[in-house]
Design a protein around this ligand. Structure first.
Ligand code: PIR
Ligand code: CA
Length: 311
């Protein structure tokens, strides 16, 4: 059964790989891509999304720009990780086309309401501003969306502070809105994504494909490795956002645990922290779960097969 998804992203090296995984997997039907200011400005990440579509030879898929800044706080990008362009380390091909005029929030609402109930899945891999605004503008999407599978947060670690992950930290108010709606929500956080490391063996497999897209991904991983070594003390870079898509491709690639989740808005040391309540058992009405363990081999097999399929 194919899964219809809207990819809400801020490319970003790992967002780009998430797009490639989604487009290169037959079981995933990407209805549209929406963008949000995050890793870089809205303008840059929108252009980046369209350039990635060119790499994937998909010039029909539409890209809808959304919110340029968080609901409450000042915008904060991540040039130390993703560079000035948001996708440093590769030569960006010409965008596959112009962005759409329709706003991402309107597109999300329209698409969810036009499709049969329980058929559209939202996959946010950036700050949650677009999703939060869509919920406030049209609350009926909550019971109509099939599920939300997001990359963000972490129950035991942060990367933008000791306790908070970037996507949540830059717009915690939006995250708070999204986490507190009663839709099925899977948090694919740092606890999981730090297991998705692009090791030299993985790079070898990608090199063996020998395609343009493979070369593009290798360029992305090379830059990402350097920034992760310099800034985060990692030997190999974790491709966070692709994990959310991988879970949808085949949920057995990830183990999950059902736990209540919330987002801290006020702590002096904990703003943007995702708080998971692991005390057993989760209440009957709990609709949230966290990703816990990744099958590394299976994950990278999916990604390499997708790269081989798109070009
Ligand atoms: C931000 C990101 C990645 C690494 C750092 N250090 C900061 C971006 C990625 O695109 C991903 O969606 C999420 N935010 C991981 O925090
Ligand atoms: Ca991202």
């Amino acid at each position: 059964m194919t899964r219809k998804i809207i990819l809400d992203c801020d490319p970003g090296h790992d967002d780009a790989i998430a797009i490639i995984l989604a487009l290169g997997t037959p079981g995933i039907d990407v209805l549209g891509i929406t963008t949000v200011g995050g890793n870089q400005t809205l303008e840059k990440v929108t252009r980046n999304a369209l350039s990635v579509l060119r790499v994937c030879r998909d010039t029909d898929l539409r890209v809808y720009p959304g919110c340029a800044r968080p609901l409450v706080r000042q915008p904060e990008a991540a040039p130390s990780i993703h560079g000035e362009s948001g996708l440093d380390g590769v030569e960006l091909p010409e965008p596959a086309g112009p962005p759409q005029d329709e706003h991402a929030v309107d597109y999300i609402i329209r698409t969810v309401m036009e499709h049969e109930p329980n058929t559209v899945t939202l996959v946010p891999t950036g700050p949650l501003t677009n999703i939060a605004l869509a919920v406030r503008r049209e609350p009926r999407i909550v019971e109509r969306v099939r599920e939300v599978v997001l990359m963000g947060g972490g129950y035991h670690t942060g990367n933008w502070s000791a306790t908070a992950e970037f996507n949540i930290k830059v717009d915690p108010e939006s995250a708070h809105i999204v986490f507190n709606e009663p839709w099925p929500l899977t948090m694919v956080g740092l606890d999981l994504t730090h297991q998705a490391l692009a090791t030299p063996e993985v790079e070898e497999q990608i090199r063996a494909i020998g395609s343009d897209c493979g070369g593009f991904v290798l360029g992305l991983l090379d830059f990402f490795r350097q920034s992760y070594r310099a800034n985060q003390g990692f030997e190999h870079p974790p491709v966070h956002d692709a994990c959310a898509v991988a879970y949808l491709v085949d949920s057995s690639v990830v183990t999950t645990r059902r736990v209540p989740l919330d987002v801290e808005l006020r702590g002096e040391l904990t703003v943007g922290m995702t708080v998971a309540d692991f005390r057993m058992p989760a209440p009957e009405n709990c609709t949230t779960q966290v990703a816990v363990d990744l099958d590394h081999r299976k994950f990278w097999r999916m990604v390499t097969e997708a790269i081989a399929r798109v070009s």
